[in-house]
Design a protein around this ligand. Structure first.
Ligand SMILES: Cc1cc2nc3c(=O)[nH]c(=O)nc-3n(C[C@H](O)[C@H](O)[C@H](O)COP(=O)(O)OP(=O)(O)OC[C@H]3O[C@@H](n4cnc5c(N)ncnc54)[C@H](O)[C@@H]3O)c2cc1C
Length: 414
């Protein structure tokens, strides 16, 4: 019976422990915190959007870095299989808008409890307040783990599930990067993803509190369009946030904002021609009323006043005195308003970490290291990250599942 040490009791580690024990291994799960799954508790605003019930292609389209690495893992544990397991373990789920799955109780803690029950039944030994400090290796093979206390534990396999570096209060402080780097693994520098963006621009900050629905945000870097989506965004006291912005930030991760352009289409339902015609109609209808009337017909009041300034339009002059260039500028900026951003909030505030252990050094079917046999990695510690919608947790569960299963019953030849 192989003995397996799992480092980290988050989504990846919990699933790796279950899969390894189900496949006959003697499993010990080491968690540095006083309890398991601290990050799971805060996911989905406490409701835990645990997976997304879309097909594998759509799933991979939502993965920003290294989607192809996930082919095998998504096949081994598709979203339906995860939900079936949770149901079996006493945590029924419901599927909401956008295929997002949540525990039916709407309580993230129920997901962690389901795993705790399962691990208890499988006889997994859980050691809390137990921080791994180094992984021991001899002759290219893992031999065990040294703890922060100096104690050493021997094992046939070690699965690193220590997460990224975002929300460090949950225990994810990047330990896994150092553990893996010490064994020769390359770590792609961690960067914040799914994170609000900062702006020093006075007009952006002045709009704080304003939320926009049904707008299209586009990110282009080096002339290439990386992201464009219809949805919601929000102006804040430091810059911009909201679902569209968080997603765009994932594509911005690792790039210099100065080389990228973020633009907002405030009227995505109208073509430039249709908008031009609408403005002309509005001008005709407004006559000698203030130009402000037209802007306020197009946008919420605060945005209308800002747009007037950005377009260089005197809001108090009669609408029918608007010059052609002013109308053209209004149409141009309405369809593509540049949002000047200069960076992101700190990585500690990121929903997910981009970067991490280079996936080229791991076998995608088993999650085993190509450098050290018996060494595995799963979850956010790997250089794989996705958009919101349950994808990141599912990646952790699915890669944890493959790693646990393979470590317990390594395919012949390894
Ligand atoms: C606020 C917030 C909301 C989110 N909401 C969602 C959501 O609804 N849906 C979704 O799909 N994703 C969501 N995510 C992302 C998702 O939570 C993570 O991608 C996922 O939890 C990663 O799981 P993991 O097991 O790889 O790492 P983690 O959950 O970070 O777990 C790593 C564990 O390892 C432990 N550890 C670290 N170092 C050591 C060590 N040296 N020794 C022992 N133990 C160690 C840590 O204490 C921790 O428990 C959210 C993230 C945040 C921050």
């Amino acid at each position: 019976m192989p003995s397996i040490l799992i480092l980290g009791g988050g989504a990846a580690g919990l699933m790796a422990a279950a899969a390894a024990a189900e496949n006959g291994a003697r499993v010990t799960l080491l968690e540095r915190n006083e309890k398991l799954g601290k990050k799971i508790y805060i996911t989905g605003k406490g409701r835990c959007n645990c997976t997304n019930l879309c097909g594998p292609e759509e799933f991979r389209r939502n993965v920003v870095r290294n989607p192809r690495f996930l082919y095998s893992a998504l096949e081994a544990l598709p979203p339906e299989a995860l939900l079936a397991r949770l149901l079996d373990w006493g945590c029924p789920t419901v599927v909401e808008r956008g295929n997002r799955a949540f525990p039916a109780s709407q309580k993230a803690s129920d997901v962690t409890r389901a795993f705790e029950r399962r691990l208890g039944r499988l006889g997994v030994a859980v050691r809390l307040n137990c921080r791994a400090a180094a992984i021991a290796e001899a002759g290219g093979r893992v031999t065990g783990v040294r703890l922060e206390t100096g104690e050493t534990l021997s094992a046939d396999a070690v699965i690193v599930c220590t997460g990224g570096v975002s929300y460090p209060a949950t225990g994810s402080t990047g330990d896994g990067y150092a553990l893996l780097a010490a064994l020769g693994h390359t770590i792609v520098p961690p960067k914040p993803a799914l994170i609000p963006l900062t702006s020093r621009e006075e007009w952006v900050r002045a709009l704080q509190g304003l939320s926009l629905k049904n707008v299209t945000l586009t990110l282009a870097c080096g002339g290439k369009r990386l992201y464009t989506e219809l949805g919601e965004m929000l102006f804040t006291h430091f810059g911009i946030s909201g679902p569209l912005v968080l997603s765009a930030s994932s594509y911005l991760a690792g790039r210099n904002p100065a080389d990228c352009a973020l633009t907002l289409d405030l009227k995505p339902g109208l073509t430039e021609k249709q908008l031009t015609e609408r403005v002309l109609r509005d001008v005709g209808a407004a006559g000698r009323k203030r130009a402000q009337t037209i802007l306020r017909g197009l946008f919420p009041e605060r945005l209308a006043d800002t747009m007037a300034r950005l377009c260089g339009i005197d809001p108090f002059k009669p609408a029918n005195e608007l010059r052609r260039e002013e109308r053209e500028t209004l149409v141009r900026l309405t369809k593509a308003l540049p949002l000047p951003v200069d960076g992101t909030e700190p990585i500690a505030a990121a929903v997910v970490t981009a970067g991490g252990a280079d996936v080229r050094q791991f076998n995608p079917a088993t999650l085993e290291s190509k450098l050290v046999s018996g060494l595995y990695a799963a979850g956010e510690v790997l250089d794989v990250d996705a958009l919101t919608g349950g994808f990141n947790l599912h990646i952790a569960f699915a890669t944890g599942y493959c790693a646990g299963r393979a470590a317990a019953a390594p395919p012949r030849g390894t």
